[in-house]
Ligand binder design. Structure first.
Ligand code: PGA
Length: 252
């Protein structure tokens, strides 16, 4: 059965020494939570240092983005193989900040998902509706379109390797967390979509995280929902006590 995953998305934050100290603090406590998979996703330039800081611990390394080609004339970009060489297990793809500020589309994200899987990385694919879309009652429609677009063409085995992060855009970095009911509704819909495309057994194996203002004081009620398998944590992942407090909220 699926194991919950709690991943810290550090975004464009921290100095190198802060990043190492944070990673060490998380790694030191990680053994206390054997039933939860834990990952940290620092900026590219700190991957190596953070990788060293978590070596031998239960904490896995993830990157925040990737380019979908194996190598070549793509100035400023990072390939899947480079992330593998840094020891990454995960790569966050299609985060709403990249969709919004860097123009990433579902079809581009889909290319990245395929390239990541081919390289042996586990993609954490983000999707979520904007506030106006929720208010207009279009949430599930938006989610379906993003699911179809960004996760097109995966084999059943590749679907199981892929983590989905449902992150309502209006909840990211705003302190406005989705209610457990709002989040569960979307997670259940995603599981239905997977079951329709593959089968219910495959759907039961896919890890679906929630993301958006997860904090120690709201984590437990979110994680109590049957289809919420952990969290992608931004702001609260930058403080060891908060990140570990969220992990402690996972009792499944
Ligand atoms: P937040 O960010 O926890 O700061 O809302 C979540 C994310 O963007 O993954």
């Amino acid at each position: 059965m699926r194991r919950p995953l709690i991943a810290g998305n550090w975004k464009m934050n921290l100095t190198r020494s802060e990043a190492v100290a944070l990673a060490e603090a998380v790694a030191k406590q990680a053994d206390q939570y054997p039933t939860v998979d834990i990952a940290v996703c620092p900026p590219f330039v700190y991957l190596e240092a953070v990788g060293r800081a978590i070596a031998g611990s239960r904490v896995a390394l993830g990157a925040q983005n990737m380019y979908p080609e194996p190598s070549g004339a793509f100035t400023g970009e990072i390939s899947p193989m480079m992330l593998c060489e840094m020891g990454c297990r995960y790569v966050i793809l299609g985060h709403s900040e990249r969709r919004q500020w860097l123009g990433e589309t579902d079809s581009f994200i889909n290319k990245k998902v395929h390239a990541a899987l081919k390289a042996g990385l586990q993609p954490i694919v983000c999707l979520g509706e904007q506030l106006a879309e929720r208010e207009a009652g279009h949430t599930l429609e938006v989610i379906r379109a993003q699911f179809e677009g960004s996760l097109a063409g995966l084999t059943a085995q590749q679907m199981i390797q892929t983590v989905i992060a449902y992150e309502p855009v209006w909840a990211i970095g705003t302190g406005k967390v989705a209610t457990p009911h709002q989040a569960e509704e979307v997670h259940l819909e995603l599981r239905k979509l997977i079951a329709q495309r593959y089968n219910p057994e495959i759907a039961q194996q896919v890890v679906i995280q929630y993301g958006g203002s997860v904090k120690p004081d709201n984590a437990q009620e979110l994680f109590a929902q049957p289809d919420i398998d952990g969290a992608l944590v931004g702001g609260a992942s930058l403080k060891p006590d908060q990140f570990l407090g969220i992990i402690a909220g996972m009792k499944k």
